[in-house]
Design a protein around this ligand. Structure first.
Ligand code: SF4
Ligand code: SF4
Length: 127
């Protein structure tokens, strides 16, 4: 039985919550496979990981932008790609560039406070 992608170590990490919470977890739904967890009010489709087609962000430099694993892409303005050399890349649709390794950590943890995200939300929905 597959587990909800937002279920992590007994916590729900849904982007609709301000902080991961164990209080909202209902194991029947969270661990009950897609037919159940997609019905949860806190469920959202995770951002897809794309292969190639990232010209909009310019040329990536793996030393600066290459990630060993796919990041937590909770911000709606983050796009995640898999590079042909096995690394992952994250681009910001507001900044219109790839994010450096340390920036990605900040985005994954503090996306709700990000000023660029606030600007992006004012300008319109991401594509
Ligand atoms: S099913 Fe709902 S509560 Fe459970 S982890 Fe997924 S989004 Fe969170
Ligand atoms: S810089 Fe801000 S808007 Fe861009 S991906 Fe990161 S959190 Fe989202």
């Amino acid at each position: 039985m597959s587990v909800c992608p937002w279920f992590k170590d007994g916590y729900c990490s849904s982007p609709l919550l301000d902080y991961p919470s164990a209080d909202v977890v209902n194991k029947v739904y969270c661990l009950g496979g897609p037919e159940l967890y997609t019905r949860c009010r806190l469920y959202r489709e995770p951002r897809p990981i794309k292969e190639g087609g990232y010209d909009e962000f310019g040329k990536p430099f793996l030393m600066v932008h290459g990630l060993d694993k796919a990041p937590e892409a909770l911000c709606e303005f983050m796009k995640v790609f898999k590079h042909e050399q096995g690394k992952y890349l994250a681009g910001c649709l507001v900044l219109k560039r790839f994010l450096g390794i340390h920036e990605v950590n900040l985005c994954s943890n503090f996306w709700k406070q990000c000023p660029y995200r606030k600007l992006g939300l004012k300008l319109g929905t991401p594509t």
